[in-house]
Design a binder for this molecule. Structure first.
Ligand code: TXA
Ligand code: MG
Length: 317
């Protein structure tokens, strides 16, 4: 694959690849996505092959606007209000697919609903505009691995199945989008992410219900228990560091250690910690330690999404 700085020329070349049914990895404001033309089943199938991902897992469709999304899906009043409040941005809406939508069945994994979002990243938007198609894009990592927040992560994880990686630098949020089921009248949280529950509740003046993962079956990798997993074991809520362990610290009170250590945010800022999370896991993992001790992270705000990813990284494999 070629990794290219995401200038106008590279974006035009990437759009050509996509229109020809090839895969392109591109930056979004959350993590890097592995994109394919969502209307081309052959192209979408290559995503599953490149990721080594079980085929039934549905993908997120990226579009430029709510107007474009509404050509593919039935937008409920709730979906409209959420899109008005958070698009473009890191919120994915699960809505019923429209009859006759040209989206490939592989995108929905056979469900009648689709997950759709309008990304807020200049490169992602320029690519969508240049391609003129909706883009199916899961995170651009091998299935079960840590999501990529830099172009180099994609390069390290995925092989020649990817025609091009557009390098737009490190992503701003560093965590995937929040996924909300917006088919009914009450928003149901299916995956915590870059938009907090508190922000959704404030924007809508409505309570968000935590979804039952089993009820949202068939669910995908972000919802499987062991996911986002580094090679090292992950020990949560650590207040000390054991022999041979690396430390993933948070806040000003990190314990002393001789081993590798990364502090997600020395000041205790959750947005900073989210942005650093996946790169830190990769970096500590690359040190070859058998185990990574992770300090407790507060559960408020973005802490919910950070802890969700850490629990999956620590789950038995
Ligand atoms: O931030 C993000 O959302 C990134 C960037 C690239 O946009 N994408 C991402 O995609 O995280 P992926 O494929 O790694 O995660 C997609 C999630 C899966 O957990 C899947 O279960 C859920 O979306 N999903 C997709 N379609 C769904 C549907 N119809 N109903 C319920 N969940 C769905
Ligand atoms: Mg993923």
């Amino acid at each position: 694959m070629s990794v290219e700085k995401a200038d106008d020329k590279a974006i035009a070349a990437a759009a050509e690849h996509l229109r020809a049914g090839r895969l392109v990895a591109f930056p979004t404001e959350t993590v890097y996505g592995l994109g394919a033309d969502a209307t081309n089943g052959h192209a979408v199938a290559q995503i599953f092959a490149a990721k080594g991902r079980p085929r039934f897992n549905p993908l997120i469709v990226h579009v430029l606007s709510a107007t474009e999304a509404a050509t593919h899906a039935d937008f409920t009043p709730l979906a409209r209000r959420l899109a008005d409040a958070f698009w473009p941005g890191p919120l994915t809406l699960v809505v019923e697919m429209r009859q006759g939508s040209p989206l490939s069945d592989l995108v929905t994994g056979g469900l009648t609903s689709i997950a759709v979002r309008s990304p807020d990243h200049p490169v992602a938007r320029a690519l969508l505009a240049a391609t003129g198609r909706p883009l199916a894009a899961p995170s651009a990592n091998r299935s079960g691995h840590v999501s990529p927040t830099q172009a180099a992560h994609v390069d390290a994880d995925l092989g020649e199945a990817v025609a091009m990686v557009l390098d737009g630098g490190a992503t701003a949020h560093g965590l995937e989008s929040t996924i909300v089921d917006a088919r009914g009248e009450t928003p149901i949280l299916l995956r915590p992410g870059a938009v907090t529950v508190e922000a959704i509740e404030a924007a809508l003046a409505t309570k968000v219900v935590r979804g039952d993962i089993d009820a949202a079956r068939p669910s995908a990798p972000g919802q499987l228990l062991s996911h986002y997993a580094p090679s090292a074991k992950v020990r949560l809520n650590a207040r000390d560091v054991r022999a041979g362990e690396a430390l993933l610290a948070f806040g000003p009170d990190a314990p002393e250690t001789e081993g590798p250590v990364i502090n997600l945010s020395p000041s205790g800022d959750l947005a900073e910690a989210a942005a650093n999370l996946f790169t830190a896991l990769r970096t500590l993992d690359a040190a070859g330690v058998p185990s990574i001790a992770v300090m407790p992270i507060p559960e408020a705000g973005l802490g919910e999404a950070i802890n969700d990813r850490l629990q999956r990284a620590a789950a038995p494999r």
